[in-house]
Design a protein around this ligand. Structure first.
Ligand code: CP
Length: 310
């Protein structure tokens, strides 16, 4: 089965078949990452540019590793070290990069819709959204679903609670679209000020009490408060937030005994998640990071149309 999209801009546009293809492809690449020689020729001759206008540890590094392990030439551009600081527009920057004939631009930007804007203006290059403002983060959603599927053997029929600053979370939105498409029930919970009005219309169940939200769930995804997007004006204090919305060993007992605990990172230990839970037996947080490389290999492969590996 072939991938029918030129770009990957969000999970809202992905069908069940698209998601299954990405996850199955990621499964097949995962083994490469544990070999002694972690390299296949799949994307030899392809060029991938990571264009990041916002900070990143996991996403940028794993896209770079993914490209390199498939033998692509990968180049990182940070806005702070580019001609953006001299006043160049996003469109001019992207058109100049496209003039060098890359195959894929992986882009993170603080403005929602920035990758879509580029996708409409560039003619040759595929775009992968690596996070746009509070809008979408499709590769994070795919690695989340891969991790859930590995632990639960399926996604259909599961109940997943996503807790925290939903309003400013691109992860919450991408997870919600993808999980609903795959047949999961999604509960969103957080202070009323951090729940976007009308989110129920996307198929979510909305809670303001964390204890109700995590009761009998299969999966808990904790989110940090996005201070860089909302300041700290939506909650009285971090201490109170932690008291009412933090995941700890006590309220975790309300979930199913085999529930898994996830976090996209970066974590604020002691705020949305206690260290006991973050390091506890139910956490799969570093497995998410490991799966991030395989998922990004799959996305690059499906868009760049690489050769078959051995
Ligand atoms: N989860 C995630 O997007 O992490 P980074 O900001 O470090 O890329």
């Amino acid at each position: 089965m072939s991938f029918r999209h030129k770009h990957i801009l969000g999970t809202e546009q992905l069908s069940k078949e698209d998601i299954e293809l990405i996850l199955d492809t990621a499964d097949s690449f995962k083994e490469v990452n544990t070999r002694e020689i972690k390299k296949v020729p799949t994307l030899r001759g392809k060029t991938i540019i990571n264009l990041f206008y916002e900070a990143s540890t996991r996403t940028r590094t794993s896209f770079e590793i993914a490209g390199k392990r498939m033998s692509a030439d990968t180049i990182n551009i940070s806005a702070s070290a580019s001609s953006v600081v001299k006043g160049e527009t996003l469109e001019d920057t992207a058109k100049n990069i496209e003039a060098m004939n890359p195959d894929i631009i992986v882009m993170r930007h603080s403005a929602s819709g920035a990758p879509h804007y580029l996708a409409q203006r560039l003619t040759k290059t595929a775009i992968i959204n690596a996070g746009d403002g509070a809008h979408e983060h499709p590769s994070q959603a795919m690695l989340d679903l891969m991790t859930i599927r590995e632990h639960k053997g399926k996604i259909d029929g599961l109940t997943v609670a996503i807790i925290g600053d939903i309003a400013h979370s691109r992860v919450a939105r991408s997870d919600l679209y993808a999980l609903k498409t795959m047949g999961a029930t999604v509960r969103l919970a957080g202070p009323g000020t951090m729940i976007p009005p009308g989110i129920e219309r996307l198929g979510a169940e909305v809670y303001t009490d964390i204890n109700e939200a995590i009761k009998d769930v299969d999966v808990i995804i904790m989110l940090r408060i996005q201070m860089e997007r909302q300041g700290n004006t939506l909650i009285p204090s971090l201490r109170e937030y932690s008291q009412f919305y933090g995941l700890n060993t006590e309220n975790l007992k309300l979930a199913k005994p085999d529930a898994i605990v996830m976090h996209p990172g970066p974590m604020n230990r002691g705020v949305e998640i206690s260290s006991y839970v973050a390091d506890g037996s139910q956490n799969v947080i570093l497995e998410q990071v490991e799966n991030g490389v395989a998922v990004r290999m799959a996305m690059l492969y499906l868009l760049a149309g690489g050769q078959e590996t051995e």
